[in-house]
Design a protein around this ligand. Structure first.
Ligand SMILES: *Cc1c(COP(=O)(O)O)cnc(C)c1O
Length: 401
């Protein structure tokens, strides 16, 4: 019998071909037209603020169907502002998954609040509605300032749902729970540009959402992020706070509260425009790659390729498999086998409640989080590994300067 790691290596090789050079987990695609936008920005001299930022924001609004988009310096900063503008206060607790990138918990902490971890569901890897409901039933107590945790005496400030690897979380039931308990929903949509829950783009279900345009995401501005909302007041607030609380005035420089310098530089925005213009190509390429992986992993015992939920359309930002009964040792050795063959693979994040700074945070039962995090293997997911890549990109115009 072949070792599991050999079978996985075989499936990866069958899907994307042998690695003639090291294949990274995710590498950005900067289309030829990028050079035109970046050059225009450099030629204008407007590298910090400028029109590329609003162009980038408008394209994001158009892509997602969201009314208002405010660009930010990165996804973490965007998420922090999301929590602030929905009213998360120092001392509050904010529900979030433990299986997430550390930024989710950090953004909560930067507001002086504490993450309160709830379990995820196996089919979506994002917050499990039943787990959230059960935890709330266990701890919630109404108070004049809103729902509070009767065990800690802290106010409950918000719920943060993260769309894991780009796969939409279970929004309808989570929205219903948030409504029932009068908790604002913030979506950590950092990974889910191009992902739809039912017919609506992710990031449009909460009161606000944050996305990231870091170098490893589906669209990158080098570093960057954005805040999404349909609420004009919240959008104005986000714009104000991320711009050092600067008051609009023709001549004077005036600020009316303590703000943050969280603006996305114009040069970074310019970097992202060409990718947004061809997002449909990136999405098609990633879907074709995922379908190829799905096919190649079909017949391996113990291994299940992570598919989009049946009611949703995922951007397949990061492909992964779940290996039944895998432990850390087997996962590490599998990653080692793939690395030797030139494929960079990665485990899921170490759950937040296992990190020193978050180990004492309040939490519900984390049974699935604890069992599944050593069973997740993320595999190379760059769009250019797609079987359809050449066909999809042959018509892209623009030249390097
Ligand atoms: C990437 C990411 C972020 C943070 O984005 P940055 O732009 O790197 O600050 C937040 N949450 C999740 C889930 C992410 O994957």
């Amino acid at each position: 019998m072949t070792r599991l790691s050999d079978e996985i290596l075989e499936a990866v090789t069958a899907a994307i071909g042998p690695a003639s050079e090291p294949v990274p987990l995710h590498r950005p695609f900067l289309p030829p037209a990028t050079w035109k936008y970046v050059k225009a920005c450099l030629d204008s001299g407007w590298v910090s603020s400028g029109s590329s930022v609003s162009e980038f924001e408008n394209l994001l609004a158009h892509t997602t169907g969201c009314q208002r988009v405010v660009a930010a310096v990165n996804g973490t900063a965007a998420l922090e502002i999301c929590f602030r503008i929905v009213g998360v206060l120092p001392g509050d607790e904010v529900f979030c998954p433990s299986l997430t990138y550390v930024s989710t918990a950090n953004a909560i902490s930067h507001c002086g609040a504490t993450p309160h971890f709830v379990d995820i569901s196996k089919d979506r890897l994002s917050i499990c509605p039943e787990a959230l409901q059960n935890r709330l039933a266990e701890i919630v107590k109404p108070s004049p300032s809103g729902p509070m945790n009767r065990l800690t005496g802290n106010r409950l400030g918000a719920v943060c749902l993260m769309h894991c690897f780009g796969h939409p979380g279970d929004l309808d039931p989570i929205v219903a729970i948030c409504d029932r308990y009068e908790l604002p929903l913030v979506e950590d949509a950092a990974e889910s540009l191009g992902s739809f829950y039912k017919v609506k783009h992710t990031g449009r279900f909460g009161r606000v959402a944050a996305m990231s345009f870091n170098g490893n995401k589906i669209v990158t501005t080098g570093g960057g992020g954005a805040i999404f909302t349909d609420d004009d007041n919240l959008a104005d607030r986000a714009k104000h706070l991320t711009n050092n609380a600067k008051v609009s005035h023709p001549t004077e420089l005036r600020h009316d509260e303590i703000g943050w310098n969280y603006r996305l530089p114009n040069i970074n925005a310019a970097l992202g425009i060409a990718q947004l213009e061809m997002l449909d190509v990136l999405l098609k390429a990633k879907r074709a790659l995922a379908m190829k992986y799905l096919e190649m992993f079909q017949n391996i015992d113990r291994v299940r390729f992570i598919k989009e939920p049946v009611d949703s359309e995922s951007n397949y930002w990061l492909n992964g498999v779940i290996i039944d009964d895998c432990d850390k040792t087997e996962l590490t050795s599998t990653i080692g086998t793939l690395a030797v063959a030139g494929f960079q693979c990665r485990p899921a994040w170490e759950p937040m409640h296992k990190l020193p700074m978050y180990s004492a945070c309040p939490r519900g039962s984390l049974t699935l989080t604890n069992s599944i995090h050593d069973q997740i293997l993320c595999i190379p997911s760059s769009a250019n590994l797609s079987p359809d890549w050449n066909k999809l990109t042959e018509k892209l115009s623009g030249t390097k300067l």
